[in-house]
Design a protein around this ligand. Structure first.
Ligand code: HEC
Length: 127
């Protein structure tokens, strides 16, 4: 990523930001697995006390809109993308979160990661 953005001027970056800000995001279709979505919903909003997983909502917001600039928007993101990011944080291959997400993820099961990713994809957007 650094090599791709190295040549951009400040103005280029502002223009890119304005471009993306003007786009309408669309929330994705979710899989029909209601049980999985329910697990994801509970985890997103309430975390999991038994495993010590904090609620995603506590940092990314109850609507998944994020809290700029520290906590990214999640709502409507493709489940596959979210799942890949969760696994990257877990293995330490993505670490731009200062280790915050890794702490969340080492306590989550594979099913919980999949469930929360599916739930996020179906969250309505509130931009
Ligand atoms: C204590 C705060 C905190 C909690 C709780 C938390 N996150 Fe995060 N999350 C972060 C931070 C910080 C980042 C990295 C921000 C960045 O990339 O600049 C992040 C990044 C992410 C990303 C990457 C987004 C992207 O666009 O690439 C995903 C996906 C994510 N979190 C999902 C979750 C899920 C799912 C949960 C609940 C199981 C959760 N987070 C709980 C703080 C938190």
């Amino acid at each position: 990523m650094a090599s791709m953005v190295a040549a951009l001027t400040q103005e280029d970056m502002e223009n890119l930001g304005a471009f993306y800000d003007a786009q309408d995001a669309a929330s994705g279709a979710v899989s029909g697995n209601k049980e999985l979505l329910e697990i994801g919903k509970i985890l997103y909003h309430g975390g999991n006390i038994e495993n010590g997983v904090p609620a995603c909502a506590s940092c990314h917001g109850p609507t998944g809109s994020g809290v700029p600039p520290h906590y990214p928007m999640l709502a409507g993101q493709h489940a596959e993308y979210t799942l890949v990011q969760l696994n990257l944080f877990n293995t330490g291959d993505r670490s731009n979160d200062d280790g915050v997400m890794k702490k969340v993820l080492t306590r989550m099961s594979g099913e919980q990661k999949r469930a929360v990713s599916e739930y996020i994809q179906g969250m309505p957007l509130t931009k």
